[in-house]
Ligand binder design. Structure first.
Ligand SMILES: [Zn+2]
Length: 232
């Protein structure tokens, strides 16, 4: 992609579909090693807003995994407005960083499949007791890192500079940094207001979890350890 060109919807769909397919290869392998079958999530790229099974989701909310319909909803503007802003000088590596964001959302799908979510009486999935939001998010970062290891070592999808860009991105989207940055870009309200509202982990923890996943690959994922130290 050239410096000035912004990816269009089709390009983004193609890119993220390739990424999703490689996460499927990775997780099929990991699940098979545990004698389990991996059920693939769906991916929807959208502009403005999208109708999910549980209601309408706006692009300002950023990418999300909806556990009810097992679908990842990814606003195309997230790459244009948000990632380009964070990784502006690194446009060439934005694709890989975007791939890691998808891998993080796939991480939430894996969390659902391995029983990290608990189903409430009214049918909604919730975090199991003993899990706060932050370790839950950091585990998804670690799963994304494990996929990045696979993409690098087995698929040769990772180019020089990609990991640095992805790592920088995970650092950027830490709660503490988003708070410092204030309104980072028009349309994206991903700003934690105060530490009590931190939901995804601070920059150092997010970066460390992603890198720990990358270092360990499919090993030491602690897939069936509930409430345990998943990259935290
Ligand atoms: Zn998440």
């Amino acid at each position: 992609m050239s410096e000035c060109e912004q990816p269009d919807q089709d390009e983004i769909f193609k890119l993220l579909s390739v990424v999703l397919a490689s996460t499927e290869d990775f997780w099929h392998e990991v699940f098979a090693q545990h004698g389990l079958t991996y059920r693939e999530p769906k991916l929807v790229i959208f502009e403005d807003s999208v109708q999910m099974s549980t209601g309408v989701w706006h692009e300002s909310g950023g990418p999300i995994y909806n556990d009810q319909d097992e679908t990842i909803y990814f606003p195309s503007a997230f790459i244009d407005y948000f990632m380009s802003e964070v990784l502006g000088k690194d446009k060439l590596h934005i694709e890989f960083a975007a791939a890691c964001v998808v891998a993080h959302e796939v991480g939430h799908h894996v969390q659902k499949l391995i029983g990290r979510f608990k189903k409430s009486a009214c049918g909604r999935y919730e975090l199991p007791s003993g899990w706060a939001r932050v370790p839950f998010e950091l585990e998804a970062d670690r799963f994304a890192g494990a996929w990045a290891h696979y993409a690098d070592k087995k698929r040769r999808m990772v180019e020089a500079g990609d990991m640095e860009a992805a790592t920088r991105f995970f650092h950027y989207i830490g709660d503490d940094n988003l708070r410092r940055q204030g309104n980072i870009s028009p349309g994206f309200a991903m700003v934690a207001i105060d530490p009590e509202q931190f939901s995804h982990g601070n920059s150092q923890d997010r970066q460390n979890s992603f890198l720990a996943g990358y270092k360990g690959g499919a090993k030491n994922l602690n897939l069936f350890k509930i409430g345990g130290g998943a990259g935290i």
